[in-house]
Design a protein around this ligand. Structure first.
Ligand SMILES: [Zn+2]
Length: 372
């Protein structure tokens, strides 16, 4: 298997890949997963091998991308190889053997298995990216030319080579409860109203306050939207939401569904509603987030939370989260840090941007030429 990957991606790729196996209902999978920081502009870096044959299957490929969701930036794709071993009877034989596209039975089960296996593996293997700065002669013409020519792909690859993370090989064990993922961090200050600066014995840390707040909210909302509680909090002053006529008709016919989510809505006019109460589990600014939630549900024209859960969580995670360019009180900073370290994946926001990066003391000393 390793030689197959070596042939596809080059030998160096393998040593940086996470390897994981899983099995369910007779479906065996083995995944080789590149770190999310190594990402591509196309899906073609995803390879699917079913019973030893290199195949294409849109649904399965998407389940791999889904596994990396929120770990890599929007619009980028992972580098991964997934081997599937199943009963050959379950692979559609009607498709011509020379064709790459195959149909598989129990595809939903397979997709579920792949997505959850990838998510768990990434959760367990992510660490704070360390930024490696090399002091370079500045302002030379040569240097400027070089900078312009650096392509995005190459940049990403440079980054990963220098970044350190622990490579582990293990079987998937959901029950393993890990310690907090962030190290002890001492707050030093805020830069540009947006980045919180921390230190510990290993070095300096920068946290993007908006990205961190988004991650915390996203993880909380995913849980809440999976099993929403009906308990709501009443607003002192009802908020008015303007709607189009079609939107209003949709809402009118789903009033009960909204109240099941802890959202109380009342008629205001043909094209507006009063928001009387909001779910208790909404974080931050409850009105903004609830309005966003209503609008998204209306836009999707479905109240089926299961199908829109993830996107909805991303939307409301962003709305009402701590913004950039805002000075934070020390209590807010402590809460942010504590809640972020409780997250399954504290390292990226729901859009795949980093929440925290670090520069080691050694790197800083190199910059000042204290060490060479
Ligand atoms: Zn984001």
């Amino acid at each position: 298997m390793k030689s197959i990957i070596g042939n596809i991606y080059g030998v160096d790729s393998i040593k940086n890949m996470m390897e994981v196996e899983n099995e369910k209902n007779g479906i065996k999978i083995r995944c080789y997963l590149a770190h999310p920081l190594v990402n591509k502009s196309r899906k073609s870096a995803i390879t699917l091998i079913v019973n030893g044959r290199d195949v294409k299957n849109y649904g399965i490929i998407n389940s791999i991308i889904e596994g990396y969701d929120t770990y890599i930036p929007v619009g980028r794709y992972p580098l991964a190889v997934v081997f599937i071993k199943i009963d050959p009877m379950l692979v559609d034989v009607n498709v011509h053997p020379t064709k790459k596209e195959v149909r598989l039975s129990s595809e939903d089960l397979m997709k579920e298995l792949i997505t959850s296996t990838i998510k768990n593996t990434l959760n367990k293997n992510m660490v704070i990216p360390k930024i490696d700065i090399e002091p370079k002669p500045i302002n030379t013409l040569h240097n400027i030319e070089n900078k312009v020519e650096v392509k995005q792909e190459e940049k990403a690859n440079d980054y990963i080579e220098k970044m350190e993370y622990e490579k582990q090989s293990f079987l998937n064990e959901d029950s393993v409860e890990l310690d907090k993922k962030l190290p002890y961090l001492e707050y030093i200050g805020q830069y540009a109203g947006t980045y919180l600066i921390f230190q510990n014995e290993t070095g300096l840390f920068l946290m993007d306050q908006h990205a961190a707040a988004e991650r915390i909210r996203y993880e909380k909302y995913i849980v809440e939207l999976t099993n929403p509680s009906k308990i709501s909090q009443e607003l002192l002053i009802p908020s008015i939401i303007e709607l189009t006529k079609t939107e209003k008709i949709f809402i009118d016919s789903h009033i009960d569904n909204f109240s099941n989510l802890g959202i109380t809505i009342e008629d205001a006019s043909d094209s507006s509603i009063y928001l009387r109460s909001v779910p208790v589990w909404i974080l931050g600014d409850p009105v903004t987030s609830t309005e966003e939630m209503i609008k998204y549900i209306v836009e999707k024209n479905t109240i089926d939370l299961k199908s829109i859960r993830d996107e909805l969580a991303k939307r409301i995670a962003c709305k009402g989260a701590i913004k950039a360019n805002r000075n934070l009180e020390i209590d807010e900073i402590n809460a942010l840090l504590a809640q972020l370290s409780e997250c399954k994946n504290p390292f990226t926001c729901p859009h795949g941007r980093p929440t925290i990066i670090s520069i080691t003391q050694k790197e800083i000393e190199k910059l000042f030429l204290r060490i060479m």
